[in-house]
Design a protein around this ligand. Structure first.
Ligand code: ZN
Length: 239
């Protein structure tokens, strides 16, 4: 069973220092992909809306799709947001609160230069439009590598910070690099999130709301036929 949620990272052209270009989707290709989804009559939900529907009905809505972005890069505002707004597409961005307003090397690959994150104003503008903001931990810590108390801190403090910044509840979570453990799942649930997303684990037989796999849209999807093939299982199989 595939969960109808797409995971993007950077909507930008990779610079010359980038070794792993997989997480970059060019603005042009992103536009084509969003237009394709519209043409296929997908209905866009924020992550919370999708999960609320699932919790009420025990199934995902027909033709549902949720577009998500991890890490909170500035390009989500400068490159992705104008496209989302033009096409009236809702989306969800998973933030790392300690990176807001910063240009840092905290999340970039080894040997890559610093990269700009969303500023608070960018986040507020997008939040007013209807983009949802979830948590991606306070410091982008890989949860399978840290202690239970650190997990608890990363998971709950990030939620509080996002809620303070936006004065809205922060209801969804994405595991950094997709890694999680049973302890991490329990911590996310205890902190009050309604769901948590991964990217690294395959299809499950049952839906575990704290271990939802997403379909990563990577550079290998840069041709529309490849994107269409990646999306196809999401169209036909509703839970
Ligand atoms: Zn990340």
């Amino acid at each position: 069973m595939q969960i109808p949620v797409l995971a993007y990272h950077k909507i930008d052209q990779p610079t010359s220092d980038i070794k792993l270009r997989g997480a970059f989707t060019s603005p042009k290709n992103f536009t084509k992909q969003m237009l394709y989804l519209k043409k296929q009559n997908f209905v866009f939900y924020t992550a919370s809306e999708l999960i609320d529907f699932y919790r009420e009905n025990g199934a995902f809505p027909a033709k549902a799709i949720t577009v998500t972005f991890d890490d909170g890069w500035k390009d989500n505002y400068t490159n992705a947001f104008p496209i989302l707004r033009d096409l009236q597409i809702k989306a969800t961005i998973f933030l790392v609160p300690s990176c807001i307003g910063q240009t840092t090397a905290k999340i970039v690959g080894d040997g890559e230069s610093k990269r700009e994150h969303l500023a608070l104003m960018d986040i507020r503008v997008m939040s007013d439009y209807g983009i949802e903001f979830g948590s991606h931990t306070l410091n982008h810590k890989l949860l399978h590598q840290i202690s239970p108390s650190e997990i608890e801190f990363e998971v709950s403090e990030s939620k509080k910070e996002i809620e303070n910044l936006l004065q809205k509840s922060c209801r969804v979570f994405a595991y950094p690099a997709g890694f999680f453990t049973e302890t991490a799942q329990a911590a996310v649930k205890d902190a009050g999130y309604i769901a948590a997303f991964s990217t690294v684990y395959g299809e499950n037989e049952t839906v575990n709301l704290y271990a939802l796999n997403r379909v990563e849209i990577l550079r290998r999807n840069r041709f529309l036929f490849q994107f269409a093939r990646t999306i196809k299982p999401l169209q036909t199989k509703n839970v």
